[in-house]
Design a protein around this ligand. Sequence first.
Ligand SMILES: [Zn+2]
Length: 440
Amino acid sequence: MDSQGKAFIYSLLRQGATFRRTLKSLNESQYYSAEQLTSLQNSKLSHLVEHCYKNVPYYTELFDKLQLKPDDIKTKEDLTKLPYLDKLTVRGNYNQLIARNKSKIFCGTAETSGTTGTPSKFLRDFYSVNFENAALWRFREKTGGNGVRKVVLRGDIIVPVEQDHPPFWKEYPLNNELYLSSYHISEENAEIYYQKISEFGAESIYAFPSSVYLLAKYFHEKRKKFELKAVFTSSESISDRQRALIEEVFMCRLYDWYGQVERVSAIGQCEKGTYHIIEDYSITETVDTGCGYELVGTNLNNYIMPLIRFRTGDLVTLGERQCSCGRNFREISKIQGRSLEYILTPDGKRISLFLVSDSIDFDDHVSEAQFIHNKRGEMIINIVAGEKYSEKDRIKIIKTMKDHTSPDMVVTVNEVTALPRGANGKVVNTIARVSDNINC
Ligand SMILES: [Zn+2]
C-alpha cells in the first residue's frame, strides 16, 4: 500500500467506532457540574486501581508494601495515600508497569525527544489513543476550524532536509491534508510556501508554535496575509508575542493545547480562548512548588501502562476566572513550561527560564532568540537580528535580563544568522543545563 493509502486507513482507524463513541460521551461530560465531574473521575479511578492491583506488577508490589487494598483508593483525595511517580521510576520499572492481561498488539509506543534531558518511552493502548484524539477533536470542534482543509507543520521529515528546491510538502487528498516541511521555511522560500498554501485552499494549520511562528514572521515581512479559520498549536510553549503575530498574519484565533507523551494531564484553550485543565480527561493535581504549580496527573484510560500521580515537571500559574464557555474545568492563566528550565542567579535564586525569555520584545530589532543557561549566574542569548538591530538593543537586552534575574548576572548576547533546529524540527528556544534534578 502506498503512503497515501496508509494515511487514509490510519485516519479511518483513528476515527472509527471507538472514537465516535468516546466523542459522544466527551461532548456530554464537558458540560458536567463540578460534582458530576468528580463522580466521573472517582468511578474511573476505582476501576483503574482495581485493574492496577490485579494486573500490573509494579502496583501490586507498591500496594502490598504500603499495606493498601484497591478499596483504599476510591476518590481523588485518596490518591495522596500513594507516592508520586517520576520519569526515572517509570524508566527503571518499564516492564513492571505493563499490564499482564493486555495485549501489546494494538499498542503504540511513544517516545519523548529527550530535549529536556530525560528521554522516556511509554506504551499507549488503542482505547487511550482514540480517547486522546476524541478529547482534542471535541475541544477544537467549537472553534469552527476543525476537520477542514488543513496544513500540518509539525516537524515531520517531508522531503530530505538537504533538498534545496520545491516541493517542500506532501499532499494527502483523501484526508484533505497538506504536510509542509518545518525544515525549509526561510525568507527565500516564504513565497513558495505562501503560493502552495493558497493553491491548496488551506482553512486551518496544525503546527508546532516555532514552525508556524517562523512562517508568520516571513509572511509578515513580505506583507502577506492569509485568512484561516483557526491555527492549532501544541508541544511547545508559545509566548504572547508569537501568538499575536500568528493571529495577525493568519487573521484568525490560535488555539493551544498542552499535553505530554505520558498523557496524564491535558490543558486546552476553549473557543473563548481560556486555558482549561481538561477535567474529564484525567485527574490533574496541582502541586505548589513555590514558583508555580507542578502538574501531577493520573491517566484514567490507558490500561496497558497506567501511570498514577505522575510528575510531569511542568509548571503552570493557576487562574481564578469562571469562563463563559459553560465548562466547569479549572482555569490556567499561564503554562510556564518545564520546571527544570530555570535560571539560577549568582545569589542562588531560581527563576523560570520561560518567563525570563518571555520578557524580550520581538520586532524589527530582534527577530528570534535562544536562551542558554549553562552555569549558575551566567546566561547566553543567541539572537537573530532584525533590520533595525543596533548596539542599543544589545545593551537593552542585557539590562532586561538583569532586571528579570539579578544585577550580578553575567549576560552575553551573540548575533547569529539562524537558530539551530533539533532533530524533531523544533527550535529549542530555552536550554538550561545547570541541573537536571532540582524542581523550579
Ligand atoms: Zn472556557
